[in-house]
Design a protein around this ligand. Structure first.
Ligand code: KIV
Ligand code: NA
Length: 275
């Protein structure tokens, strides 16, 4: 299993770090088999798995439940779990209790927290308690209300300067890596140059030290619209809809189950049964 030191070395050697989200046993199994370097149990599960329209309703219990399943599917991959909305903002004690619960109950290897500012203290405290933290700047979906929607961040010089400063503060606070979401490529490149920890981009251009995408977006699995920064490879929609509607049709037509799906009793047992 790759860990913090491997990710640092990958950055130094310019080997891109591949992160992918996973939320359950099969997605984790496939992600690991495909060779991803780290798995993110993202609070995006609120949208792509649970059907909410944002990440706001996701709870600490949800994150634990899904991370446990991911752990069973990917036994040899570094797993980062998102701390959900408002689980690291109320007080130091509450933050530490939530962090401890996720790590101890789920077996995640690291936690991801969105933002800088007030959150820097949480990054520092959790790191000091011995738990690796991944930062997340740019478009931070848990603050979508304050940001004014899902849009590119750091496009003007002033915003960009603030993001560079925040990125450095995340590193100083102890973060082992930094997710950069929805920022111009030039800004992601500059931040990647200025930090010694790896940046993991999503909608941040090819110059970031790594990339992350959402499992369901990559596969077109249950998602209708995806952002510009997503690349959709083979779509699962068609094979899934083909198989499921074929199943419905064949049951209605009594074509399923066929002989090969069926158990039978021997004639002598039938005679014994009916006399
Ligand atoms: O929740 C998530 O999937 C994320 C990634 C998009 C970085 O935070
Ligand atoms: Na997230």
């Amino acid at each position: 299993m790759k860990t913090k030191m491997d990710f640092l070395k990958m950055k130094q050697q310019h080997e891109p770090i591949v992160m992918l989200t996973a939320y359950d046993y099969p997605s984790a199994k496939y992600a690991e088999a495909a060779g991803v370097d780290m798995i993110l149990v993202g609070d995006s599960l609120g949208m792509v798995v649970l059907g909410y329209d944002s990440t706001i309703p996701v709870t600490v219990d949800d994150m634990i439940h899904h991370t446990k399943a991911v752990k069973r599917g990917a036994t040899d991959t570094f797993i980062v779990t998102d701390m959900p909305f408002m689980s690291y903002h109320l007080s130091k004690e509450d933050t530490m209790r939530n962090a401890a619960r996720i790590i101890q109950e789920s077996g995640a290897h690291a936690l991801k927290l969105e933002g800088a500012g007030e959150v820097l203290g949480a990054i520092r405290d959790i790191t000091n308690a011995g738990v690796p933290v991944v930062g997340h700047l740019g478009l931070t979906p848990q603050s979508v209300g304050v940001l004014g929607g899902y849009r590119v961040q750091g496009r003007d010089a002033e915003e960009a300067k603030k993001l560079i400063e925040d990125a450095k503060k995340c590193e100083e606070a102890g973060a082992i890596a930094l997710v950069l979401e929805c920022v111009p490529r030039q800004l992601a490149e500059e931040i990647s140059k200025q930090l010694s920890i790896p940046t993991i981009g999503i909608g941040a251009g090819v110059e970031a030290d790594g990339q992350v995408l959402v499992y369901h977006d990559v596969l077109t699995y249950g998602v209708e619209r995806v952002p510009k920064f997503v690349k959709q490879y083979e779509s699962l929609r068609e094979p899934i809809m083909f198989s499921l509607s074929q199943y419905v049709k064949e049951v209605k037509a009594r074509q399923f189950p066929a002989e090969q799906h069926t158990f039978t009793m021997k004639q002598e047992q039938l005679s014994a049964l009916y006399g």
